[in-house]
Design a binder for this molecule. Structure first.
Ligand code: ADP
Ligand code: MG
Length: 253
């Protein structure tokens, strides 16, 4: 499909996965995944460990390659074309379970590295933007510290700020709170809620069902590489239709 295919002319759709299939060797990890995400939409993906949640969102910025089907992000189709991959990555922010900050750089330098070196922003301007986002995630006072001097919750908030500095059109979160001590989960979720309120398009893999209830427009349940069920949160939690969804919810809530 070409970049300008009429099927993708809907500017409202930021991410589109059509019949996406992926194999790790012989193992069929994603089976016909279909997902359209509109601008401003908040999607929560949940499901048992090993069901393909991380793989799904990692295909969206080509950290993993899919073998069949189409993935289109901001009207750019992901193929082996490196130029397209670069365009997509430039527009998609990703926050991982482990914060992946650069340990030898300060908080501020972590945030300005890509804007300065990839986007060629002047240092002063990049620092100004970084300070703004560090302030938004309530960690500006730690700007000159190194990641190792911060708590897990603080590091994750820095990771979020660092992504925001590149002004992404969509943010992908892969279990951003699951490596955190319980008392730090809320400070990260609060930042994510505030991003959602600002209208950020988000796909969040998380088992924080309170977050899903407050923020999600749609909750998606995956099992064994497939989307088994999707619904607005109230319907999803109050009236799950599939047996596997019911079992999953009974185990985690
Ligand atoms: P989830 O995020 O839902 O826990 P993943 O997407 O990480 O699931 O993994 C889905 C399945 O694919 C799991 O069975 C996992 O062991 C397998 N898998 C993940 N990454 C790889 C890889 N790089 N090579 C082979 N198998 C993998
Ligand atoms: Mg995962």
């Amino acid at each position: 499909m070409s970049e300008n295919s009429p099927q993708n002319a809907d500017d409202d759709i930021v991410i589109s996965l059509r019949n996406v299939n992926k194999w790790y060797g012989e193992f069929h990890v994603l089976k016909n995944i279909n997902l359209d995400v509109k601008r401003g939409e908040r999607i929560v993906i949940c499901g048992p460990s090993g069901s393909g949640k991380s793989t799904t969102i990692r295909t969206i910025n080509r950290l993993e390659e899919h073998q069949k089907g189409d993935i289109i992000v901001n009207n750019t189709e992901l193929t082996s074309d490196l130029k397209n991959i670069e365009v997509v990555r430039r527009n998609v922010g990703m926050v991982f379970q482990h914060f992946n900050l650069f340990p030898h750089l300060t908080v501020l330098e972590n945030c300005t590295l890509s804007p300065i070196w990839v986007d060629k922003q002047p240092k002063k301007e990049a620092e100004e933007v970084a300070r703004e986002y560090l302030s938004k995630v309530r960690i500006l006072d730690q700007a000159d510290k190194y990641p190792g001097q911060l708590s897990g919750g603080q590091q994750q908030r820095v990771a979020i700020a660092r992504s925001l500095c590149l002004n992404p059109s969509v943010m992908l979160f892969d279990e951003p709170t699951s490596a955190l001590d319980p008392e730090m989960i809320k400070e990260v979720l609060d930042v994510m809620v505030s991003l959602a309120k600002d209208g950020m398009t988000m796909i969040c893999v998380t088992h924080e069902m309170g977050f899903a209830k407050t923020v999600a427009d749609r909750v998606i349940f995956m099992d064994e590489g497939q989307i088994i069920e999707e619904a607005p949160p109230q319907e999803f939690f109050d009236n799950p239709k599939n047996e596997r969804t019911q079992l999953f919810l009974s185990q985690i809530i």
